[in-house]
Design a binder for this molecule. Structure first.
Ligand SMILES: [Zn+2]
Length: 65
């Protein structure tokens, strides 16, 4: 049940492998723009305003510095 959305930057379709959630971050595979899911039905993307909030994506390892 993959959803698709249109990238506002390059107008290409982005396939969302996971169930889309509001405020979820998506990176356009075509133009590498960081986007945010702002609508779910249909899925709509907008530019991500929070550039340095990329830390809890899929890396769970401890960041002990
Ligand atoms: Zn794009």
């Amino acid at each position: 049940m993959a959803s698709t959305a249109i990238c506002p930057a390059c107008d290409e379709s982005i396939i969302l492998n996971t169930e889309p959630k509001l405020d979820e971050k998506v990176r356009c595979p075509h133009c590498r723009t960081d986007l945010l899911i702002v609508e779910l039905d249909p899925v709509e993307l907008d530019w991500d305003d929070f550039e340095d909030d990329w830390d809890d994506d899929d890396d769970d390892w401890d960041d002990e510095d």
